[in-house]
Design a protein around this ligand. Sequence first.
Ligand SMILES: [Zn+2]
Length: 341
Amino acid sequence: VPANSPNSERRSGDPAWILGVDIGGTNIVVGAVPFEGADAQGVKSMPTQPERGADSVVARVAEMVNETVAWLEREHGASRDTIAGVGIGSPGPLNRAKGIVINTPNLGWRDFPLRDLVSEAVGFQATLDNDANCATFGEWWMGAGRSYDNLVGMTLGTGIGGGMVLNGELVHGASDSAGEIGHMTVDLTGRKCKCGNYGCLEAYCSGPNIAARAVEGLDIAENSILSELVGGDLEQITAATVYEAAIRNDRYANEVLAETAKILAAGVGNIINVLNPQAIVIFGGVTRAGDHLFVPLRAEIRRRAFRSAADACAILPAALPDTAGVVGAAGVFKKTVFGRV
Ligand SMILES: [Zn+2]
């Protein structure tokens, strides 16, 4: 029986709600998650605006949490004492035990005591975990990974993040940095990565890098509509432009995606050979490329990974693309404070 099967019924004395907070480089998302587990409700999103400073982000998180509490009181007649607390997901690396974000290039934070500042501002107990871990835990608890005990999550966006649930538990490693799938080396002498290393998976397959690779090869591409789609201003080409061109049967855009699938498959194949998971759940804008990415990806994985491991592993788009981080942050809170989900 998977650890997340409906054995997570409410027990008498259990709270009714957990609040989930997902802090990203672009948006903050907050919602209320039923204690026994379900998709988030009363979900709100606001721009993170990290340039206004860390304290301003905390103030906005507190405001959104307070609005969600007011929403629960209004819509569900919930009182504050039926709310267990707040689970927070944030980019890392971080120290979970201390509730500190050690360093986030995208937000500009260093040794920032995020958990306790939010907790003090809203008057609830809080927990902190990595955003990709939370998204993976959310998909495992209530999303595409519900029927699996061994699951890997991959977020393909501005960067590439990852999370691992093995035997029903999130894997954190010795210093909370396990699951950095985006920074596995796929080419020893390859493209420079933001982390300082060369040839990381992220340096090829993150959204900005898919776009950069498309632009780099464009001058020798024949009859591509990519340039036309951005009115000739190549700096405007994003990964989404590449997907759109591919969907419109642009040969060059499809070549870029086939190459992306090939590199991604090298990374995913490594994960499959090392961990033998039942599923890999993929999040992010890249899933909008649909079959133009997933068909070559699945084919290439079968060529690269051990057959029995590839056969056992489903490659799935996320079922909760907008709320997995919120649901998972609440799930991590429940697991941490109550010892179960
Ligand atoms: Zn890297």
